[in-house]
Ligand binder design. Structure first.
Ligand SMILES: [Zn+2]
Length: 80
C-alpha cells in the first residue's frame, strides 16, 4: 500500500465513526448464517424484538434497540 493510500484510508476511517453492535456481530457470523440473518433484518415484516430473540437462542446477544437503530439507519455504520 502506498503512503498516500494509507493516509486516505486513515482519513476515511475517521469520518465513518464506529460501527454498531449489529454490524460487528454480523461480521463474526459464517457466510450462510450471515445471509439468513441479513435477509431477516432487511424484511420489514419481522420485528426487531423477534429477530433478537432468535439470535439469542443461537447465542448472539443484540439488544432490540440496537437492531432497530441499525435497521432505520440511525447508527454510525457506513452506508452503501
Ligand atoms: Zn449499524
Amino acid at each position: 500500500m502506498s503512503e498516500f493510500l494509507a493516509r486516505a484510508l486513515k482519513k476515511q476511517e475517521g469520518r465513518q465513526g464506529p460501527r454498531c453492535g449489529v454490524s460487528i456481530a454480523i461480521e463474526r457470523m459464517d457466510a450462510v448464517y450471515r445471509e439468513q440473518v441479513m435477509a431477516a433484518i432487511n424484511d420489514n415484516a419481522i420485528r426487531s424484538t423477534v429477530i433478537c430473540e432468535v439470535l439469542r437462542e443461537d447465542g448472539i446477544d443484540i439488544r432490540p434497540e440496537t437492531l432497530q437503530r441499525h435497521r432505520s439507519g440511525r447508527c454510525a455504520c457506513p452506508r452503501t
